[in-house]
Design a binder for this molecule. Structure first.
Ligand SMILES: [Zn+2]
Length: 267
């Protein structure tokens, strides 16, 4: 029995096969794909990103953000033979274009980048990356090139604030202005349908604004796989931590399979 469980634990394919029996959609969350930093919860190496995309291509159904909207609009989440995965990248760092985009193209995978629109096409940097050479964020030209090739863009506010520290009006301005800028630049309806909360933070006012603006889906940083009955403006995600080994990562995708140190299945 232990030998069998060990095989499952070590095998990507076996885990994914088990996962495929569970209903739900895994929304993966990335930030930076970059070899210039040590791996962290927000930074993954180019090689590891390539490996993960390769496995998704081979063993999963990678769906785009429009299809994700459909699933929750129509409650049309089908039980598929293969696990469903959505690839999302937050903020809009330039390494998304330089390092992630070629890999996404190589495997022809759809992905969605949520842009803090006030940083795009400027020399502004996110606080934690103030030491980085500029430009550290995407240009609108790079965004438009990716848009033509299977990459979708969603709003992530203008200045990337902690929304819970803002009042209703301030929140609404941050959210609406980023939607507006994105739609002006790309003329894609999807910019008005989806949203991603900076730092995963939101409160009652934020949810009220989501409903008023008829946002179909909004993404949090709350951990988990999404079932058909999930609140579509509080969707969960799975963080692709750059420090995760292959098994750690697969465990995140298939949490039903919980092993203790002796290899016994506790689920
Ligand atoms: Zn962010």
């Amino acid at each position: 029995m232990k030998a069998i469980l060990g095989t499952i634990l070590n095998g990507y394919h076996s885990l994914l096969h088990l996962l495929s029996n569970s209903k739900g959609v895994n929304i993966l969350m990335y930030h930076r794909i970059n070899d210039d930093f040590p791996p962290s919860d927000l930074i993954i190496s180019i090689k590891k990103f390539w490996e993960q995309m390769k496995y998704f291509k081979k063993y999963c159904d990678v769906v785009g953000i429009e299809e994700l909207c459909h699933m929750f609009e129509n409650k049309g989440m089908r039980c598929r033979r293969r696990p469903q995965v959505v690839i999302t990248i937050d903020d809009g760092y330039r390494d998304n274009y330089l390092n992630a985009y070629p890999i996404l193209r190589e495997f022809n995978l759809p992905a969605t980048i949520f842009l803090a629109t006030g940083f795009i096409g400027t020399d502004k940097r996110m606080l934690r990356y103030e030491h980085m050479p500029v430009p550290d964020m995407l240009s609108w030209e790079e965004v438009k090139i990716m848009k033509e090739n299977n990459i979708t863009f969603g709003p992530h506010t203008t200045s990337h604030p902690h929304l819970c520290e803002l009042n209703y009006t301030e929140q609404r301005v941050e959210i609406e202005s980023s939607m507006h800028t994105l739609y002006q630049q790309l003329s894609q309806e999807i910019a008005k349908s989806v949203f991603c909360y900076p730092y995963g933070e939101y409160n009652e006012d934020t949810l009220k604004i989501m409903k008023e603006l008829r946002i179909k889906i909004a993404l949090t940083t709350n951990y988990g796989i999404n079932c058909p009955h999930e609140n579509p403006i509080e969707l969960k995600r799975i963080s692709a931590d750059g420090r995760d080994g292959r098994t750690d990562f697969m465990r995140k995708l298939a949490p039903d399979i919980v092993m203790d140190s002796s290899g016994e299945n506790r689920s």
